[in-house]
Design a protein around this ligand. Structure first.
Ligand code: HPA
Length: 293
């Protein structure tokens, strides 16, 4: 039976053959209702996840489930339009398979977007927040099991034990803040706590998470960040506050509310990502030595 590493390599070879020329260095993962940036891509090539060997497929409304390659802001990018989640029944290895494939394709920086509930006071629905850190409350780590150093994208990565003090790149955050300012809005910073889902939290849980230091809550991103950092990929996390967390708003939480709030802010996010993509590409290429041929 093919190993996990071989499956990732096989999927990456499939995608590479479909893409032809142009090696993207930047990838973007678009969360619930946040798919508009994929429409801003010029000269797009669409590959449904169902066609990529080994790729898990999203079962959630709002996650379309395809890879989009093309130019964003003039630079080649890979966009994962839709992601899979642990709550769908996928294993940690399956949830992080797409991120491993991005690493195998030579991606050096990834922008992870998500819909999140706002915990901190002052957060507004529709606000975009750059992640400064996370709290892994999923109850598992995607790197459990034998270490696979061959996943490393840079010579210093692929370690069994590695540093997470700056999991979310400070330089990429600074670029994002600058791009947001040019677009006329302030990009706040926050700490994202990931739960396994799929139920939303109780008000008591949200009070506990606030005490723990969380400013945002969601059901994704953290496993992808851990795996990206294992490979040496730079990570920028951007949450869209789609609702106030349980017990903080006047209404009950629903996926519909989350989805519709995402829809309202996705154009703004698309503009931000279009400005950011070429700058992230330039910053990453100059910062990271290349191990790919
Ligand atoms: N909780 C968990 N995940 C979420 C939320 C929330 O309030 N909003 C969007 N994703």
């Amino acid at each position: 039976m093919a190993s996990y590493f071989d499956k990732v390599t096989h999927a990456a070879a499939f995608v590479r053959a479909r893409l032809g020329s142009g090696a993207p260095r930047v990838a973007i993962v678009l969360g619930s209702g946040l798919g508009a940036a994929a429409d801003a891509v010029t000269h797009p090539i669409h590959i449904p996840y169902a066609e990529i060997p080994g790729f898990p497929q999203s079962t959630v409304e709002g996650h379309s489930g395809r890879l989009v390659a093309g130019l964003l802001g003039g630079v080649p990018v890979l966009i994962l339009q839709g992601r899979v989640h642990y709550y769908e029944g996928y294993t940690p290895a399956e949830v992080t398979f797409p991120m491993r494939v991005l690493g195998a394709l030579g991606i050096r920086a990834v922008i992870l977007t998500n819909a999140a509930g706002g915990i901190a006071e002052g957060l507004r629905i529709g606000q975009l927040v750059a992640l400064s850190d996370h709290i892994n409350f999923m109850g598992w780590n995607p790197l459990t099991g034998p270490n696979e150093p061959r996943f490393a994208c840079i010579p210093t990565a692929g370690l069994r034990f590695f540093d997470m003090t700056e999991a979310y790149s400070k330089p990429l955050r600074a670029l994002a803040r600058q791009a947001a300012a040019e677009e006329g809005f302030n990009l706040a910073e926050g700490i994202y706590l990931a739960t396994p889902g799929p139920s939303f939290e109780t008000p008591a849980e949200i009070r506990a998470f606030r005490t723990l230091g969380a400013t945002l809550v969601g059901m994704s991103t953290v496993p992808e960040t851990i795996v990206a950092r294992h490979m040496g990929i730079e990570v920028l996390g951007i949450s869209c506050v789609t609702n106030l967390a349980a017990g903080l708003g006047a209404t009950q939480l629903s996926h519909q509310e989350v989805f519709e709030a995402g829809r309202k802010v996705e154009q703004r996010l698309a503009r931000l990502l279009t400005i950011l993509a070429p700058r992230a590409a330039a910053a990453t290429v100059s910062a990271a030595p290349d191990t790919q041929p």
